[in-house]
Design a protein around this ligand. Structure first.
Ligand code: MRU
Length: 377
């Protein structure tokens, strides 16, 4: 996508090979690109959320491994770096997917060949992500076109999205935003309801910034507004991203997604999830077996924002004596998901395996992890 008219990805290499990412903690108030020089930089970038979003986390881990192998390409360094990077965030499966892919490719190579091969594969993973998201856009577009066809000319298709599953969460294009950008670029009127997405406000800070940059009409709403908007017939379609989706189509995504899915089901609004295949965990059947990241309480008790004097300040919003809890993701059971928009087409959650026969693990070979299953799964 473009920033100030210049095509920009969320992670890239400069002409001299330096790996750079956007420090997303600074958006929307400042656009700052920072270099990643070591695996520790990459690990910190993921853990501290300079970068975030499942596909971008995977891409950053791939580059982190490549950076370290240029210093030490030994078997021990390969294993240790994969372990270090895999431990940075627990929920998004793309992290492990990218590291497994690099590990499998690099382990059989002679150590002296590993650094260059790792750079090539990290770059390929980034390019593939863009291609996957572009295809998600093409497959999701007809959903928007079909709604537009039922409206008066110029009347917008109203789409609600949660968190940031835009280009900032991926290498480029985004997943949930891919059909939206495409519809907008093809002249279909759209209006996006952007959930602010407390506690870190990825919707208010990042999705809104992206959409504004691209000229897509949108309104930021508080997280609790979605149900009301749906009841009043003001939402035609929900599209969210996902951090991990199981073989049967249970969707783990940013905390609050489940409540939107419940409201969508109650009000008859279609609820779609944009799902790139590296985000599928074929080893899991039951979404409640997915580890849910618990982040620090300060993300709930404090909030940053732009002060009148132009400085960014962080203020406390809760009583100092009140503890906070901060589960970062939730699971939407497959039964609440209308369809999954993948790079191979749109499917009902139960049909996911048929779309990816070469990678799908037969359900009777997946751990059921039934012990973790709450009611209603
Ligand atoms: O905690 P974050 O910001 O990494 O969470 C991101 C999300 O939940 C996104 O919706 C998800 O990764 C899909 S991104 C294409």
């Amino acid at each position: 996508m473009k920033v100030d008219g210049r095509p920009t990805r969320s992670i890239w290499t400069d002409a001299d090979g330096t790996v750079r990412v956007i420090d997303q903690r600074r958006l929307p108030h400042a656009f700052v690109a920072v270099p990643l020089e070591t695996r520790e930089d990459a690990a910190a970038a993921i853990r501290e959320m300079w970068v975030r979003g499942a596909p971008l986390i995977g891409a950053t881990a791939a580059w982190g491994l490549a950076l370290h192998l240029a210093r030490d390409p030994s078997d021990a360094a390969l294993a240790e770096t994969c372990e270090l990077l895999a431990a940075t965030r627990p929920t998004a499966i793309n992290l492990r997917w990218a590291l497994d892919r690099l590990g499998e490719h690099l382990a059989p190579l002679a150590p002296e060949a590993r650094a260059a091969a790792a750079r090539r594969l990290a770059a390929a993973i980034c390019d593939e992500d863009v291609a996957i998201n572009t295809a998600i856009g093409e497959h999701g577009l007809p959903l928007i076109e079909a709604i537009a066809a039922r409206k008066h000319p110029g009347e917008p298709v109203r789409i609600l999205t949660h968190c940031n599953a835009g280009w900032l969460a991926t290498v480029d294009v985004g997943t949930a935003t891919a059909p939206i950008y495409l519809a907008h670029d093809r002249g279909i009127a759209v209006h996006v309801w952007v959930d602010e997405t407390r506690p870190r406000n990825q919707g208010a800070a990042l999705t809104a910034w992206e959409l504004a940059n691209h000229g897509v009409p949108h309104s930021v709403v508080v997280d609790n507004a979605g149900g009301h908007l749906m009841q009043r017939g003001l939402v035609d379609l929900v599209i969210t991203g996902t951090d991990r989706t199981t073989a049967r189509g249970d969707v783990c995504n940013k905390i609050g997604t489940y409540l939107k899915a419940l409201a969508a089901r109650d009000t008859g609004v279609p609820f779609y999830v944009a799902l790139p295949s590296p985000t599928i965990d074929w080893t899991l059947h039951d979404g409640f077996a997915i580890p849910i990241e618990e982040r620090g309480p300060e993300e709930v008790t404090h909030i940053p924002g732009l002060a009148e004097d132009g400085s960014v300040r962080t203020v406390r919003v809760t009583p100092a004596a009140s503890p906070a809890a901060n589960p970062a993701f939730d699971v939407t059971p497959a039964r609440l998901v209308t369809g999954l928009i993948t790079e191979r087409g749109v499917v009902a959650p139960g049909d996911l395996a048929a779309l990816f026969p070469e990678t799908a693990v037969p359900l009777d070979q997946t751990p059921l992890a039934a012990s973790a299953t709450p009611t209603g799964a």
